[in-house]
Design a binder for this molecule. Structure first.
Ligand code: GLN
Length: 534
């Protein structure tokens, strides 16, 4: 069977949830036995989102192979439970960089290098790369941005060319918005019609329309859209707002998105989708037996997307514990000695988030101190682990002004130091310690109990590390390195065994938490916050 290609585009407005629709379709096809991968094409000129401020674009998601990618890839992995890679996220910047590199090498043999065919060929190559070797039955490609954006034009043109080349092996799912006018009590289809017209101007006829709406769409609206937009009535589907994104695959199954896609691509649909694990997760998610409140201390808390994978990690781990995790967003920059008690008292757990730079550091240190002194379960992720180490140095080991070299190069006690291989690095983009590294756990530690095994592998994104010159001092007084990389000796996890549950991880567990495989550290952390857990 030849690989099938599905393109997911969006019109009318941004933030309609293309990533969730793409992920839901992938989940449904996978549940029917097909192997699927999802790719995101981002129309911006950055080579990758690694250098973007989280306020700009939300979290930067890191894959196994160390690619710094768009946060939608997190959804893809959480829904499909399949790892993605660099090939799953391409930006305009990367496309142009590749083309310009080829031009400099002389690969274009004196030709004038142009958007068509050279840029579109490079986009095509990157889409087809995932379909090579027959590894996947279906490749779903989400096109970032909204139809009509100047930036997305080369991508839409590529879709047009590919549809022509691939015939029935390719189709377009276009997501639009049907607004509800409260004053007249009407649902409006005109924006959808305009959006499809705009696609037609570029030569692309979408086969399936998914209409985002706050209200159920009556039959006549669907027929009208089908008529005006040249699609079959069964291919006009609604996507009504739901309380959790994890319900979307079931809602799209009700709309028969998977069946219509399969029929149009000539894929057999004999099997019923197997969604047992998914449904049992949803049941647990919707029927919690208790609630906990966990403080998320970070400096980008105004934009919750900056901590997307952490939030989702709590949703997965909450369901695994039959508990609802309420997140209290705490701005590290606003936390001080005076209001610390007021802001943190009563929390069942404290998470200090990853981050870069000086801003909000002292607030994070106060949060770690509060958790340690009051026996509140603590999970520190990446910078949050480094913060716990700095706090312990200052307040337990009496190393005055101990710090990370990142925050204070002159500190007399650099308990967090720049990694050796980072000392010669000058460029910022893609140069951190990135991606999966092994870690060996000490038996009887909280980490070992959580994972239930000695050897693990987790994803990284940092430049600084625990300074092993201080390790003996820490271990003598009660903070232990319970996870280390056996090749390099780098400390991956620190714990305080005397404490109820205090874990700092140099890696990012949140990237690997999925619906079907909630992350062991998140599950154990949430478990430690439960009231009846002694
Ligand atoms: N800024 C720290 C470092 O580079 C932590 C990074 C992070 O939290 N992802 O090591």
């Amino acid at each position: 069977m030849s690989t099938k290609y599905v393109f997911v585009t969006g019109g009318v407005a941004s933030s309609l949830g293309k990533g969730i629709i793409a992920s839901s379709l992938a989940k449904l096809l996978q549940a029917r036995g097909y192997s699927v991968t999802i790719q995101k094409l981002d129309p911006y000129i950055n080579i990758d989102p690694g250098t973007l401020n989280p306020y700009e674009h939300g979290e930067c998601y890191v894959t196994e192979d160390g690619a710094e990618t768009d946060l939608d890839l997190g959804h893809y992995e959480r829904f499909t439970n399949m790892p993605t890679s660099q090939a799953n996220n391409i930006t305009t910047g990367r496309i142009y960089q590749n083309v310009i590199n080829k031009e400099r090498k002389g690969d274009y043999l004196g030709k004038t290098v142009q958007i068509i065919p050279h840029i579109t060929d490079e986009i095509k190559r990157n889409i087809k790369l995932l379909g090579k070797d027959g590894k996947f039955d279906v490749v779903i490609t989400e096109i970032g941005g909204t139809i009509g954006d100047i930036e997305s034009l080369p991508y839409i043109e590529t879709v047009r060319q590919l549809k022509w080349e691939l015939g029935n092996d390719a189709l377009v799912v276009h997501l639009t918005l049907v607004p509800y006018l409260a004053a007249s009590g009407e649902l409006k289809t005109k924006p959808t019609q305009h959006s499809v017209k705009q696609m037609l101007e570029t030569g692309v006829q979408p086969e399936i329309l998914v209409l985002r709406t706050e209200h159920q769409l009556p039959e006549d609206i669907r027929r009208k859209v089908a008529l005006f937009c040249n699609v079959t009535p069964d291919a006009v589907m609604q996507s009504v707002d739901v309380s959790t994104i994890y319900e979307v695959p079931l809602k799209m199954q009700e709309e028969q998105l998977d069946v219509v896609v399969c029929n149009k691509l000539g894929l057999p649909v004999e099997k019923e989708p197997e969604l047992k694990a998914w449904n049992s997760f949803l049941y647990n998610l919707k029927n919690p037996t208790q609630e906990v409140e966990i403080g998320l201390v970070g400096k980008y808390v105004e934009l919750h997307d900056a901590y997307k994978s952490i939030v989702e990690g709590f949703i997965h781990a909450g369901a695994a514990n039959n508990a609802k995790v309420n997140i209290k967003w705490i701005h590290s920059g606003e936390l001080d000695e005076k209001n610390c008690e007021e802001k943190l008292a009563g929390l069942d757990g404290i998470l200090v988030a990853p981050g870069f730079g000086l801003r909000g550091i002292e607030g994070k240190i106060l949060a770690a101190k509060y958790a340690r002194e009051n026996n509140i379960p603590y999970l520190g992720i990446c910078l949050g682990m480094q913060i716990a180490v700095i706090e312990y140095a200052r307040n337990v080991l009496n190393l005055k002004n101990a710090d990370s070299i990142e925050m204070n190069e002159q500190t007399p006690f650099p308990v967090i130091n720049l990694m050796e291989e980072q000392k010669t690095v000058t460029e910022k983009g893609g140069t951190m310690r990135l991606g999966a590294y092994d870690c060996t756990l000490i038996k009887d530690s909280n980490a070992y109990k959580a994972y239930g095994k000695e050897n693990i592998s987790e994803r990284h994104r940092h430049r600084y590390e625990f300074n092993n010159e201080f390790l003996a001092k820490y271990e003598e007084s009660g903070m232990i390195a319970t996870g280390r990389n056996s090749e390099t000796g780098l400390v991956e996890i620190v714990e305080i065994p005397e404490h109820k549950w205090f874990v700092g991880a140099q890696f990012h567990p949140e990237y690997k938490s999925t619906v079907v495989n909630p992350h062991p550290l998140f599950v154990a952390f949430v478990k430690a916050t439960l009231k009846n857990n002694i």
